[in-house]
Design a protein around this ligand. Structure first.
Ligand code: BGP
Length: 467
């Protein structure tokens, strides 16, 4: 069986500024929350490796874009760094950053690769964080100004913009679960951060529309379908709550232009609603997007709570559900994430049936594996497990498209092995291996498979099994 994808399907990969550029304090760049957190608590990072050098894209962009070409990418997503472009967050534009991003965008276009550009991928400038970060409502105007500067500088060539990558992650990591700076545990502050992020998104979309820029604007969300343990109403309600908090808190505002009434009611019940101002509703309604990026790594399985909550503990999402470990689930043991390929189809179907079938694409999907050197054969990593992971997901994606889902492409996470936040270089995701000592890049077996798949606009099942 051959899986063929629609004409002009986007084949590519995604990365982010902080995880690949390196030179995190050079070229006029100011620190982000990651530089500061690393300086204060290096032990929070795997093998105490921080964000200073990451994958040296700032120096090697030309060679790296040649590799993208070799992998037959027709599109590539990365982010701009706010702290590189506007070092104090709100003031002067750094000309070295403009030159760098111009080089990257021009070279991508010269190689026939469409630049997909994200404005914010977890990397809050420290100068903004010092003023309260996403908790301070002033961030909305500052972000919108930054976005507008980007549209002005690069909008003549960038046709696919994304305001945020996975905006729920800084909320969860920074304000609930202690895996991003500033390591706050406080639901109401988390809700405020999420709310200001939605307002910042909508302000940027408003500026984009007002400026009549060419191209389109969207957002990238990590959608984790919430599967209840059983059809018992208690489990179903638990799954509904998880869905509201982790998916629909961003999905509904950006696709429907409003929050789900259930979510507002839920937060009201628990006295966790953020402060709103007149005009917010109209602004959010203007934040509707043209294109949705979907990051999919794992499903969320939930059940109702088995025990009562500790009333003295801070209110947490887990007051409303418990995570459920389904017996027999397939795991990626290195990352601790379940692998469930039909999830990608379920997401597309949900978008088609419940959200008017928006234009969308898979903006990240991938598998992080530890110690991949053990798979080296004749100098190349034979990552057959990654080829299987990708092809199995692509089959479900193909099924979604064949049933009418408006899915326009598939981007892998990631291009070259890169720095994964607190996990440093523990798990490698790349189509290209990065030797940290020499910085040498070597295409993995999966890179060759991906290049062939992109060139053929599809793949043959038999070839996959042979690998
Ligand atoms: C996504 C992020 C990426 C990337 C990826 C892999 O959530 O958008 O930045 O890091 O996940 O996850 P991790 O690096 O945590 O293993």
């Amino acid at each position: 069986m051959k899986y063929v994808f629609p004409e002009d399907f986007w084949w590519g990969s995604a990365s982010s500024a902080l995880q690949t550029e390196g030179d995190s304090r050079q070229g006029g760049k100011s620190p982000t929350i990651w530089d500061t957190w690393y300086a204060n608590q290096p032990w929070r990072f795997h093998q105490q490796v921080g964000p200073q050098e990451t994958s040296t894209f700032y120096r090697n962009w030309r060679q790296d874009i040649a590799l993208l070409k070799q992998l037959n990418h027709n599109s590539f997503r990365t982010s701009l760094s706010w702290s590189r472009l506007i070092p104090d967050g709100t003031g002067e534009v750094n000309p070295q950053a403009v030159a760098f991003y111009n080089n990257v965008i021009d070279e991508l276009l010269a190689q026939g690769i469409k630049p997909f550009i994200t404005l914010f991928h977890f990397d809050m400038p420290m100068a903004m964080q010092e003023k309260g970060g996403w908790e301070n409502r002033d961030v909305v105007a500052a972000f919108s100004r930054y976005a507008q500067i980007c549209f002005e500088l690069f909008g003549d060539r960038v046709m696919h913009w994304f305001t945020f990558n996975e905006p729920i992650v800084p909320v969860e990591g920074g304000y609930l679960y202690d895996f991003h700076y500033p390591n706050v545990v406080d639901f109401k502050r988390a809700a405020t951060v999420a709310y200001h992020t939605v307002l910042a998104h909508a302000s940027a979309v408003r500026a984009f529309r007002a400026g009549l820029y060419a191209g389109e604007i969207g957002i990238v969300l990590n959608l984790t379908p919430s599967y209840p343990r059983s059809q018992n109403p208690a489990d179903v309600s638990a799954a509904h709550h998880a869905d509201l908090l982790f998916n629909r808190s961003f999905l509904d505002p950006v696709l429907r232009g409003e929050y789900p009434a259930d979510l507002v009611a839920l937060l009201k019940t628990w006295d966790q609603l953020p402060a709103c101002q007149p005009g917010d509703r109209a602004l959010i309604a203007e934040g509707k997007i043209d294109l949705l990026g979907v990051n999919y790594y794992q499903p969320r399985r939930v059940k109702c709570r088995d025990s009562a909550v500790n009333p003295l503990a801070p209110f947490m999402p887990e007051w409303l559900f418990e995570n459920y470990e389904m017996p027999g689930r397939k795991m990626n043991p290195y990352r601790g994430w379940e692998i469930y390929e039909p999830g990608i189809y379920d997401i597309l179907t949900n978008l088609r049936v419940n959200y008017d079938n928006p234009r969308c694409f898979i903006s990240e999907n991938g598998m992080g594996v530890e110690n991949e050197q053990r798979f080296i054969e004749n100098g190349q990593i034979n990552d057959h497990y990654r080829i299987e992971f990708v092809s199995e997901h692509l089959k479900w994606l193909h099924k979604g498209i064949s049933e009418g889902s408006n899915c326009l492409g598939y981007h892998m996470w990631t291009f070259i092995d890169n720095w994964s936040w607190c996990n440093g270089y523990k798990n490698r995701y790349g189509l290209v291996q990065l030797d940290l000592a020499s910085q040498q890049r070597t295409v993995k077996k999966s890179g060759e498979w991906f290049a062939a798949t992109a060139a053929d606009n599809g793949f043959n099942e038999r070839e996959t099994n042979d690998d």
